[in-house]
Design a protein. Structure first.
Length: 390
């Protein structure tokens, strides 16, 4: 029987959407995309809530990259709103509270210690690490200078330790050092969260960008369709679609353990619970995201209007994020791979199992069990298609 599709893509997140588009447009393949959710976009999906506010349903997403190819590629499917993300930590100070720029920088230094003391510390920091440079909190804690070491303890206590405990259930020393390195101490007065050359949000939102990506005559998207219902991996090393052998490329962007019925055990993840609140005010907070690094049960509050630039008088929606262990219960979403040696070793067993299927490729944050930003995902999807289409 002639097959209707040349390629199968599981997941309509960024990895799946870019891959599907490339295979169809550049490779002339007929592509079927299976997506278990009722919408495209994966975790970058956005929508208007009941109050008419554009929200990111699975947590705030800010696009940022230094990769021109990725930026130019996505720019085919969206115009951009130039948005420079700024984050502050809301911490107790004296009787009240104060807002400390995050990443901790030379402005944070002044907020924390006052001008005079900050000036002396700034000189020491710059002599040790260089102006405009970044140093991770774990490196700063190694400083032999007692004053810098005391400063490192301050930053660790006020910015990192409790936030990390909330997010990961572990201390900064226990988690992968690349994670806290994402938010280094920055010896600069640049208060932006990211310094990448290109940053912003799709002008009309992420979902329209995904709809355009997937809008190609040779791409068919089946929503509300779990791949488990249609794709089977035979013990004979053959992939089957709806029971028939399928020799075309299969790009899988879901969780690697799920693909094999978790036969070697579940890959550990952190999941999130998002609580949205709509308030009858123009603005709820001063910044797009406020991190609660000392107290409260949630990690951060994001107010979407700052991100999207949406103008809507006397209405705003905020989102609080609570992190906890992923258990695999139905409906729960694995958001963050917990990267350590034991989990990487478990993942390697699933990757080897996948390698038995010559036409199967694992792509994306879940399938590769990595902490990828959106730009890294788009880059990997483009590179995979370069490889498949060469
Ligand atoms: P996903 O977006 O997870 O897409 C995978 C898709 O596969 C999902 O739609 C899923 O439903 C589907 N799927 C899985 N299994 C199956 C199956 N069996 N059958 C059918 N479909 C299936 N990155 C940034 O660059 N900037 C940010 O500001 C940022 N903020 C983030 C905030 C949060 C809270 C989180 C969790 C992530 C954030 N990221 C951010 C990372 C970003 O979400 C990812 O890089 C990107 O979404 C990864 O795309 P993906 O396609 O690999 O995965
Ligand atoms: N982090 C922290 N305090 C902060 C911001 C970040 O301790 O105010 C740590 C925490 O461990 C977090 C990691 O740095 O998980 C990476 O933060 P990032 O904002 O990059 O995480 P994202 O939300 O983008 O995944």
């Amino acid at each position: 029987m002639e097959q209707r599709y040349d390629c199968l893509v599981v997941g309509a997140g960024l990895a799946g959407a870019v891959a599907a588009r490339e295979l169809a447009e550049r490779g002339g393949r007929r592509v079927l995309v299976l997506e278990r959710r009722s919408h495209v976009g994966g975790n970058a999906y956005d929508r208007f809530d009941e109050a008419g506010v554009l929200i990111h349903q699975y947590g705030p997403h800010i696009f940022h990259t230094n990769d021109k190819r990725v930026f130019d590629y996505l720019s085919r499917f969206t115009a951009w709103r130039n948005y420079q993300h700024k984050v502050v930590a809301n911490i107790p100070k004296g009787e009240g509270r104060t807002l400390l720029p995050v990443p901790f920088n030379l402005v944070s230094l002044e907020v924390a210690f006052g001008r005079r003391r900050a000036r002396a510390l700034e000189e020491k920091l710059i002599a040790a690490y260089g102006a405009e440079n970044k140093v991770t909190i774990l490196e700063l804690r190694q400083s032999p200078d007692p004053e810098l070491s005391a400063l490192a303890d301050y930053v660790y206590d006020h910015v990192f330790v409790r936030y990390t405990m909330k997010q990961w259930g572990q201390t900064p020393e226990e988690i992968d050092p690349n994670t806290t390195a994402r938010v280094p101490v920055f010896l600069s007065r640049d208060c932006r969260y990211f310094q990448d050359e290109y940053q912003g949000l799709p002008l009309e939102g992420y979902t329209p960008m995904f709809e355009k990506l997937l809008d190609h005559p040779d791409v068919t998207v089946a929503l509300d369709t779990d791949a488990g219902r249609r794709l089977t991996l035979g013990e004979d090393g053959i992939t089957r679609l709806d029971g028939a052998a399928f020799a075309g490329t299969v790009i899988y962007t879901g969780a690697a353990d799920e693909l094999f019925g978790c036969r070697f055990g579940r890959l550990p993840y952190r999941t999130l619970e998002f609580q949205c609140e709509t308030h009858p005010v123009d603005a709820y907070q001063t910044h797009g995201t406020v991190n609660y690094t000392m107290d409260e049960a949630f990690t951060r509050i994001t107010e979407f209007k700052h991100l999207t630039g949406q103008v809507l008088p006397k209405t705003t929606t905020i989102m609080k994020e609570y992190a906890r262990a992923y258990t695999g219960r139905p409906g729960e979403i694995p958001y963050y791979a917990i990267i350590n040696d034991a989990n990487n070793a478990l993942y390697a067993r699933y990757r080897s199992a996948a390698e038995r299927y010559p036409n199967l490729r694992l792509l994306g944050r879940l399938a590769e069990y990595k902490y990828y930003n959106m730009d890294a995902i788009a880059k990997r999807a483009l590179a995979l298609c370069d490889d498949l289409l060469k």
